[in-house]
Ligand binder design. Structure first.
Ligand code: FAD
Length: 99
């Protein structure tokens, strides 16, 4: 079984609608999903909509990003650093027990 990159439905390789893009074969549940995929791929305009926008790359933001990925949500993370206070080099006190 393959997964439709647009709706995430499982698609039977023998029955699904396919298209080749950039040397890779993609499988779709419907022509609508395939058309949406091709439209997104051919668009030069940057994406402006996401399921979730996360601000902050500390433990809270990274946890939200991981959960969003497991739910197959399209998430966009905005942060000034990855790790937050846990890796903030400005802290002279480096005793971050448990991290
Ligand atoms: C000295 C010290 C020791 C600690 N020791 C421990 C420990 O031993 N064990 C433990 O479990 N916890 C410890 N903590 C607490 C732990 O680090 C915090 O509870 C945890 O980091 C909070 O996570 P957070 O994601 O909520 O926020 P933060 O870690 O503060 O992350 C916030 C994120 O938001 C980003 N951000 C902020 N403003 C903006 C903006 N305007 N635009 C974009 N991004 C922005 C930051 O860059 C950062 O990535 C310690 C904290 C400190 C300061």
């Amino acid at each position: 079984m393959k997964r439709d990159p647009i709706c995430n439905m499982e698609v039977d390789e023998g029955k699904g609608i396919t298209t080749e893009y950039d040397g890779e074969i993609y499988y779709f549940c419907s022509e609508g999903c395939r058309d949406k995929f091709l439209k997104e791929k051919s668009s030069k305009v940057p994406r402006t909509s996401y399921d979730l926008i996360i601000i902050g790359g500390g433990p809270a933001g990274l946890t939200a990003a991981v959960y969003a990925a497991t739910l197959r949500m399209e998430a966009f993370l905005i942060t000034m650093n990855l790790g937050g206070q846990a890796i903030d080099r400005q802290h002279k006190d480096r005793k971050l027990h448990g991290i």
